[in-house]
Design a protein around this ligand. Structure first.
Ligand code: TRP
Length: 356
């Protein structure tokens, strides 16, 4: 009788150890959102839903990329407000500071230091060839600062500082990630170390939903102009107004007609926020040429309001709760610095920055 019980207890102890072991073996994930405005439905479905799932499975570091936003010279008041509102919105969406490390980039001086160190081995030629830099030159020709040129080095520092291997980002960041691998590998080679692993883009494929904007131009984005994006914090009246103004057309001319782009967009939005029955109803109406876009938009607006309502409420609550937000930022910075300071110590040592 005694032996099986002993074995049973041993088994439990073994699995506890195994759990502890796996916990520290969890892969490291890093991602950042630029603090240039509020979160919209596109951000939510494109990034946030992924982040929320990842915090259960990986060792996640999510941060507000406020240093990055300085390339456009925001006023100090705007800068501060933006950082705070992004943090509030991260929390309102369901990022949990107990599960992941949630912090503000500028709270980690280690990132600025690694950025400096990496810049010594980042060549102007390769930085100038970066597509996002070329685009910036085109868009803001009178403010081509060194911060824009070295944007990829800063992003590499963000990732390498925690020695992350998985980076949840969209396609547009692929080249920046490749540069992060180049800089990490170059450092390893130059200083004969294995400090930095190679980071790769990673997303839960099935969840990556592209959310179109309301102006018929494709992607939902804050830069595309007023009215194109539905923000999580938008009031119901504003959502109704924006949705009713969404671009549509005069309706299908034949049964089962292939949908033109702008109409596809409306249906994609509906797919994201409405029930399957609602979607099926309007699909059917479209196919039999009975669709009335006014009715469809009314329904879409109400479903968007219902979908965003819990977020808006939490955003409002948290915006008033300075203490909680402050605590989250402090605790996040502490946790992030634990990992960052270890990396920077090793990087300095590898380079030969040692105490005399
Ligand atoms: N460049 C990213 C963007 O524009 C934001 C970002 C900055 C980031 N640093 C990062 C993303 C590190 C992932 C990892 O969306």
């Amino acid at each position: 009788m005694f032996l099986p019980q002993c074995l049973f207890i041993l088994k439990i102890i073994g699995s506890i150890e195994a759990i502890a072991y796996f916990r520290c073996m969890k892969e490291i994930v890093v991602s950042g959102i630029r603090s240039t405005g509020n979160l919209h439905l596109g951000n939510y479905f494109g990034a946030m839903k992924n982040f929320i799932r990842m915090q259960d499975e990986f060792n996640c570091f999510f941060f507000i990329a406020d240093y990055h936003s300085l390339t456009t010279h925001p006023s100090p008041a705007d800068f501060h407000l933006n950082v705070k509102s992004v943090l509030v919105e991260y929390l309102a969406c369901g990022l949990d500071p107990e599960k992941c490390t949630l912090y503000i980039q500028s709270d980690l001086p280690e990132i600025a230091e690694l950025y400096l160190l990496l810049n010594m081995n980042a060549y102007v030629g390769e930085l100038e060839r970066c597509t996002s830099f070329k685009e910036k030159i085109r868009k803001q020709p009178d403010n081509i600062n060194a911060g824009l040129l070295t944007y990829p080095t800063l992003m590499a520092a963000d990732i390498l500082i925690h020695r992350a291997v998985k980076v949840p980002v969209g396609k547009d960041q692929e080249q920046h990630l490749e540069m992060a691998r180049t800089f990490g590998n170059r450092f390893n080679r130059m200083y004969e170390t294995e400090l930095f692993p190679e980071p790769y883009a990673f997303n839960f494929g099935t969840q990556l939903v592209k959310i179109p904007g309301l102006d018929g131009s494709g992607k939902m984005g804050k830069s595309e102009g007023e009215g194109n994006a539905i923000f999580l914090a938008d009031a119901p009246e504003l959502i109704r107004k924006k949705v009713m103004r969404a671009v549509s057309d005069s309706g299908p001319a034949v049964m089962n007609q292939e949908k033109p782009e702008v109409i596809k967009n409306l249906f994609s939005l509906m797919e994201a926020v409405s029930s399957a029955e609602t979607l099926a109803f309007f699909e059917e109406q479209y196919n039999v040429m009975k669709i009335r876009y006014g009715d469809m938009k009314k329904q879409l607006a109400e479903d968007m309001i219902a979908f965003t309502d819990p977020f808006r409420k939490r955003i409002l609550e948290l915006s008033k709760d300075e203490k909680t937000v402050q605590q989250v930022a402090r605790r996040g910075a502490e946790k992030a610095r634990e990992s960052a300071s270890k990396t920077i110590r090793e990087a300095r040592n590898a380079i030969g920055i040692r105490q005399i």
